[in-house]
Design a protein around this ligand. Structure first.
Ligand code: PLP
Length: 402
């Protein structure tokens, strides 16, 4: 991929980020660039119509734009054909779709599902639900000391009973990056499928599903500078072709009668009902936006901000840093004797917005021996001044609680 050298000092692109506000919660949701806001506004104010069924010109044009977005997503993540791209509400719905549809038909008692200690609840609970239904059982791959999924340990645990491995490509708490290619080799070595939860990876690094060798990939538009309510499930065609729908309704059928209903092929089979038309257009604009900067450049930029943050915080005695030094855009930390919520509240007084809590990863919190962490996460709009504001704010917290 061509890497541009456009500077990443991009606050001007983001009207909801006022001067002097350090927004450090991009792992929860990214602020929106004007290009995305404009695409959404145009979608409602100028070109709005339904898709796939209108016989009038406006609807036909919207259908063309909608399907162009699908092709854009396919190109963005290296899908072979656009039909492998299913529009869903977000990563949560994408994982539920695979768990219910693929898992519900492929898993049986005695089969095993491999997850890891650091998964988001979205990549735990859907598997627990399908395990309850089918009698399959869940194993949990441990972490290395610095907070990466321990693939050596996972390799020892894998058996031919494992049918699916579902792992975060990047941890939303620790920022640790999975060696996804090796995970795919390990999965396929025992005949299992690999699902990658790409929520935190897609906004932070180039992703090519074919090169990674995975079988399913999910992400959410709102973490990629796009709208909420739209996300992507990518699946290998042969797997999607064999999967039953999760939702029934309009748009996903071939023929309906009270005697027998048949379903459309993917992607329509998995997109019942009127889709989030304008959300899909916004996602297209978001992908254009991040690619105009370059995912390699974004990755390098965020990695540098993480390094500066970790260097500065590691010199403070009372601060504990979680996760590896080379984490992607995310730094979780604790301050001795201070609850993370208090850290977040005091930083907010200095106009620094971080996240504090369990980050929908309670098993990881248990592993770390804490109820919650404070988390700073970076995006394209952050710069050194945000790191400095964060560090000043944390020094203030330590003074207040000293
Ligand atoms: C790693 C990871 N997986 C899944 C999700 C769920 O994403 P959404 O709530 O957009 O469906 C998140 C969101 O925080 C996440 O960070």
């Amino acid at each position: 991929m061509a890497v541009t050298t456009r500077p990443l000092d991009r606050v001007a692109d983001f009207p909801a980020i006022p001067e002097g506000w350090a927004y450090l919660d991009t792992a929860a949701t990214a602020q929106k660039p004007t290009a995305v806001i404009d695409a959404i506004t145009r979608g409602y104010a100028e070109t709005y119509a339904t898709v796939h069924r209108g016989v009038y010109q406006r609807s036909a044009e919207m259908t063309v734009a909608f399907e162009a977005s699908r092709r854009r997503v396919a190109r963005f993540i290296g899908a072979r054909v656009p039909e492998e791209v299913i529009f869903v509400r977000g990563a949560t719905e994408g994982i539920n779709l695979v768990a219910q549809s693929w898992g519900g038909t492929q898993l049986k008692a005695g089969d095993r599902i491999m997850l890891s200690t650091l998964e988001h609840h979205s990549n735990i609970v859907p598997w627990q639900m399908v395990a309850d239904r089918t009698g399959a059982e869940i194993d949990v791959a441990p972490l290395t000391a610095d907070g990466c999924i321990d693939l050596d340990a996972m390799a020892e645990m894998l058996t031919e009973r494992h049918r699916i491995i579902a792992l975060a490509h990047v941890s939303n708490v620790l920022g640790s990056v999975l060696d996804a290619r090796r995970a795919a080799e390990l999965a396929h070595g025992v005949g299992a499928k690999l699902l990658l939860d790409g929520c935190q990876a897609v906004p932070r690094m180039p992703v090519d599903v074919a090169a990674l060798g995975c079988d399913f990939y999910v992400f959410s538009g709102h973490k990629l500078y796009g709208p909420t309510g739209i996300g992507v499930l990518w699946g290998r065609s042969d797997l999607l072709d064999a999967m039953p729908p999760m939702h029934g309704g309009g748009a996903m059928i071939d023929k309906v009668s009270f005697e027998k209903t048949t379903y459309a092929p993917p992607p329509a089979r998995f997109e019942a009902g009127t889709p989030h038309v304008v959300g899909v257009l916004g996602l297209h604009a978001a992908i254009d936006y991040v690619e105009s900067i370059g995912l390699d450049a974004i990755h390098a930029h965020e990695t540098a901000l993480v390094r500066e943050t970790r260097d500065a915080l590691s010199s403070l005695n009372s601060v504990t840093l979680f996760g590896p030094d080379d984490s992607a855009g995310i730094v979780s930390f604790a301050i001795r004797g201070v609850h993370p919520h208090d850290i977040g509240t005091i930083l907010d007084e200095s106009r620094v917005a971080i996240r504090a809590g369990h980050h929908c990863a309670q098993p990881l919190m248990a592993h770390l021996g804490v109820d919650a962490t404070a988390r700073a996460s970076f995006g394209v709009y952050n710069g050194r001044q945000d790191v400095e504001a964060l560090v000043r704010g944390i020094e203030r917290v330590t003074r207040i609680f000293a």
